[in-house]
Design a protein around this ligand. Structure first.
Ligand code: 48F
Length: 257
């Protein structure tokens, strides 16, 4: 066994997979719960789905549970999605179910991989391809290059649709709005900013506000709160799952049209 054969295998496989994603059907930015659910549902239907995650571990805000206590809560109405992803859960009360955060994150990630979602970690989306009034792709860079502000030029990926699933940071919508003279589909044309914690209202709004925010750019999960002025909800995750599922439906319709 030669060490360079191991190296070559890794390089070959990485480049092979990245090449498959150059013209993706959908690029999802951020591998949190909403992005993973949306990507998994669409990949199962045969679409080429690429998720770029800037951190080492996909899973976003799931891993830390509530304040580092390792359970998260799912409400009854989102339980079908937990079951679809084969994630173990326990009934806690009439409408609240407890899920071990580690099982939850790893279950969503594994299922996404099995369904053929291309997840690339340590890659940050730093800009967008905007042409003729439409988002047509993303501009990506190595996370360390971005963190250290090294002067390294990025690469680009084309997509029929791009999704901001970056959570509280709403990095994609923020970048689009700050760098371009564009009007978003919000009351002011700009991101409205997130409001304080109010779980029940927040959970409903996350689903309602899952939509196309600018031609070719969709928003799901916690990013919807930052873009549309929704409330935080804390460690209850049903809204994230339902947002991902709703997004998959919207994108399927758009991709068919
Ligand atoms: O925040 P996150 O988990 O997104 P989400 O699907 O879920 C939110 C919940 O986790 C939690 C909550 C539930 O009650 O409030 O916050 O909306 O995951 C977002 C992911 O996006 C990545 C980030 O590292 C995280 O893993 N991300 C953020 N900006 C970029 C990015 C970027 N520019 N490029 C790539 N990944």
């Amino acid at each position: 066994m030669r060490e360079i054969d191991i190296t070559k295998a890794i390089i070959d496989k990485h480049i092979e997979e990245l090449n498959k994603c150059l013209c993706s059907d959908v690029v999802i930015v951020g591998a949190g719960p909403s992005g993973l659910v949306a990507g998994s549902i669409l990949a199962q239907k045969g679409y080429t789905i690429t998720i770029f995650e800037k951190r080492l571990a996909p899973g976003g805000g799931i891993w830390g549970g509530g304040m580092g206590f390792k359970y998260v809560i799912i409400q009854k109405e989102a339980l079908d999605i937990v079951e679809e992803f084969n994630i173990p859960y326990e009934k806690y009360s009439d409408d609240l179910y407890a899920v071990d955060a580690i099982n939850f994150a790893s279950g969503l990630i594994l299922e996404a991989g099995k369904r053929g979602v291309h997840i690339f970690n340590l890659i940050a989306v730093e800009d967008l391809l905007v042409r003729e009034g439409r988002v047509q792709g993303v501009v990506i860079n190595n996370t360390f290059a971005k963190m250290n502000q090294f002067p390294i030029d990025p690469l680009t990926i084309e997509a029929k649709a791009v999704v901001d699933a970056t959570g509280h940071e709403h990095e994609v919508v923020k970048t689009l709005s700050q760098k371009n003279d564009v009007t978003l589909n919000t009351p002011t044309g700009k991101p409205l900013g997130e409001r304080s914690l109010f779980a029940e209202t927040a959970e409903k709004a996350v689903v309602t506000n899952t939509k196309e925010v600018y031609p070719g750019l969709y928003v799901c999960g916690m990013a919807t709160a930052a873009v549309y002025g929704g409330y935080r909800m804390g460690p209850i995750f049903g809204g994230m799952l339902m947002s991902g599922k709703k997004l998959a439906g919207l994108l399927e319709e758009a991709l068919k049209a």
